[in-house]
Write a new protein. Structure first.
Length: 254
């Protein structure tokens, strides 16, 4: 930038004296990661982003943990970006899971025990720093929440591929529903891939946001039945005193 001093002499101002911004550092690291990835196309560096993760308990939390472990077993580099929980919600920490995935807990204000209050731009410098350090190729946001809304747009601007998975069906009536739909559209506008966990969720997402169903893949949540077997002592008989029995199984979400 050129400035003119009191003597009328033009003088060049060196902005680098203030040091590179996190945004520029992340852009450079993203370009470097893409160059490195071109030589090794078999593996990716994936960041899973959401308000919902351990130590909280819930369906999205379990889904993300299972996905992180599975991707790590396939030799991908996996990082989870979420928020820190009270009483350490103002501290930034990085913890390695047993599978090799790394969890980055960003300090931020919590709107509730599981949700993050909108931060506008306060999360961006720390998020960009994580992308740069971990050389992330793909950002995968989960559920409609503050972190997925704010950070999906930042990731797309930095050149990362962005995927979003929607986990819930929402009501379409009322001003809260309309506001939620607008936020959902913001997320979808910056994504390169869209996933729903069921056909019902896909139908709800497409109806609310005006998205073609062919643009949303369905990858259903499921239970691996081979990993859950009853004890022999708990196996119910098929008949009692010659009369057939009726065994009822109840399934529900958390």
């Amino acid at each position: 930038m050129i400035k003119q001093n009191n003597d009328g002499v033009e003088k060049k101002h060196d902005s680098s004296a203030f040091g590179p911004s996190p945004w520029r550092m992340c852009e450079a690291a993203t370009c470097e990661a893409k160059t490195h990835h071109a030589c090794q196309p078999a593996t990716y560096s994936v960041a899973l982003v959401s308000d919902f993760f351990e130590p909280a308990v819930g369906g999205v939390e379990r889904h993300m943990r299972a996905l992180a472990d599975a991707l790590a077993r396939l030799a991908h580099r996996v990082v989870v970006v979420t928020h820190a929980y009270p009483p350490h919600h103002l501290d930034e920490a990085a913890v390695d899971l047993q599978s090799g995935a790394r969890v980055h807990s960003l300090p931020t204000a919590a709107a509730s025990a599981r949700r993050v209050a909108p931060s506008v731009v306060r999360l961006l410098p720390r998020f960009c720093d994580v992308l740069a350090r971990e050389r992330v190729h793909v950002v995968h946001t989960h559920a409609l929440c503050s972190m997925s809304v704010e950070l999906s747009a930042a990731a797309a601007q930095l050149g990362c591929s962005v995927v979003h998975t929607e986990h819930s069906c929402y009501d379409e009536r009322g001003w809260i529903a309309r506001a939620r739909t607008q936020l959902q559209r913001v997320v979808l506008a910056h994504t390169h891939g869209r996933i729903a966990v069921s056909r019902a969720v896909r139908a709800s997402l497409c109806s609310r946001c005006g998205v073609d169903e062919r643009a949303v893949a369905v990858i259903g949540n499921a239970v691996d039945a081979s990993r859950f077997k009853p004890r022999r002592s708990n196996i119910r008989p098929t008949s009692i005193a010659g009369e057939p029995t009726i065994n009822i199984v109840f399934l529900a979400r958390l």
